[in-house]
Design a protein around this ligand. Structure first.
Ligand SMILES: [Fe+2]
Ligand SMILES: [Fe+2]
Length: 176
């Protein structure tokens, strides 16, 4: 058994080898490091006004997406899709926590309350695709304009995770 720590979300993973994707935030294997290599104060970033605004937009986006996926996970007519989108809700909630840590604020109070969905799996998967496409592009934009190496690392990694979620929606369509 080995210990790994995710440079992006800071969570610890226990296993015989590093996972291909962090099970908490979805960051790719290259972000999994030995715990002793995890830098203390990694999220102590001095934020500019523009970086603060971008992080606040990121918190709002992840809050909304978490609640949307919790709403999808309330439906009981397709256990595979229910479980898949419950997992996605947890990943987006982890992103929200990470952005809140960087802002040094508490998590939104309503993040665990299921939100409204379109009412059908087809409609919800199309809505998920729209949300993930928007998130991936937005974080790429935030990465391009920050001067902080830490924020560039975080926005870059999370943008890739949201792109992975676009691919996941494609797979999910096969289970409707
Ligand atoms: Fe992670
Ligand atoms: Fe996502």
């Amino acid at each position: 058994m080995k210990m790994y720590r995710c440079r992006i979300c800071g969570e610890t993973y226990l296993g015989s080898e590093a996972p291909s994707h962090c099970p908490f935030c979805g960051a790719h294997r290259e972000s999994m490091i030995a715990p002793e290599e995890y830098p203390a104060g990694i999220n102590d970033v001095h934020l500019t006004e523009s970086e603060r605004a971008d992080l606040e937009a990121a918190v709002e986006l992840e809050r909304s997406n978490t609640r949307f996926y919790l709403g999808m996970a309330e439906r009981r007519d397709n256990d595979t899709l229910r479980s898949t989108y419950k997992r996605l809700a947890r990943v987006e909630a982890e992103h929200c926590s990470l952005f809140c840590k960087l802002l040094k604020i508490d998590k939104p109070a309503d993040i665990a309350i299921p939100g409204e969905t379109t009412g059908t799996w087809e409609g919800d998967i199309a809505e998920s695709l729209r949300r993930e496409t928007k998130a991936s592009a937005l974080y790429a934009e935030f990465m391009a304009r920050t001067t902080s190496a830490r924020l560039a690392e975080v926005f870059g990694a999370v943008s890739i995770v949201e792109t992975d979620h676009i691919a996941l929606d494609g797979v999910a369509k096969g289970y409707v």
